[in-house]
Design a protein around this ligand. Sequence first.
Ligand code: PLP
Length: 403
Amino acid sequence: MVDTFRYDNLFSEKSVDTPLNPALHAKYDFAVAYPAPETLPMDGLIQALQTAVDSDSEKVLTEMAYYPHQLGALELREYTANKLAAERGFTVSPDEIALTNGSGEALGLVIQALTNPGDVVLAEEFVYMGTTNQLRRFGADIRGVAIDDGGIVPETLDEQIKALTAKGEKPKYLYTIPEHQNPVGSTLSSERRKAILEIAHRHSMPILEDDCYVDLRFKGETQPAFRALDDSGIVVYVASYSKLLAPGLRLGYFTASTELMRRALSFKLGSGPNQFASIAIEGYLRSNIESHRNNFNPMLQSKCDSMVAALQKHFGDSGATWSEPEGGCYVWLMMPNGSDISSIRDQVFEQGVGYVAGPAFEADGSGRIGKNCARLCFAFESVEKNAEGIALLAQLFKQHGAM
Ligand SMILES: Cc1ncc(COP(=O)(O)O)c(C=O)c1O
């Protein structure tokens, strides 16, 4: 028998014991943050790799034989620059784009370049916890910004910044998800974006724009990116191929002013992201982005419609409200004030329905405002399961006295 080696006295002060459990899935899994596996364009991605090898195997071999450039594969950066110019309305050169291991890495690099412990950072009062986790890890003091159905309210933002500044707590920057916000599903209008930019300039406060869900629109009009409305460098733009294609590819990117890019990249560990995935993405999207979106987004819409119709049917009389998104993956459910669907989350999960309760998204982590809220992902389960799962959710909420 070999004695197990103990690390008890060897761990670094900052290391934290992290559970390694695989994610559990409820029968009706509305807790996830991605579309169903069978909807991912696997054949197309594999075909794109094969085409790249068949058309110039020497080139692919040479690219694969070296560690990727720190900014990532040139062809995917060129493709991304063209995509941004055509679809997001701003022009950057491929050398102003850094590809990263998912947009999570991009966000982490920018956060590290801008954040000292104790810095006040603003974000929507309910916001993607992957970013707030990173912000906290690097010591940010996150304050939630009030939102309504249209996202951040510029006037309230301005007042909040003034009040914080008067207290000596001037915010360093604003993190926002302007299109199909995670978790609430709202999109900021171009008027609000312009007003927020004016406020940002007045307070010398950069905007970290997370455009992760922009490709997943099935209704309404895509709004201009903050970055397209402002060329001064005050906007840092981050986006991803995870939601359009597949999170498993681990490919995202960011673009920022040169001075900020250079600082952000100083925190990068290792080389640029996976070359194999980059070749597949570039080859696939170059010829298929339109057909992919034309298949994918209507399917998302049917799933969203089915969930929203089921909410109307089973929650219509409960006093609950919910968002009706024009894209993305999530419906935000708000039970009446005083109802607590956070404390029953685990029991409801065991009984068949998974959701992420509101407190997980609270920007300031206070647990004060989200207990009656839940994020429901409509993108993962089928149209039928979305309807069945919401019916069961209503039944379980009643059983637990939450409705
Ligand atoms: C708003 C937002 N930003 C960024 C990410 C990170 O995605 P990835 O690292 O896969 O690009 C996610 C993932 O769910 C997200 O919802």
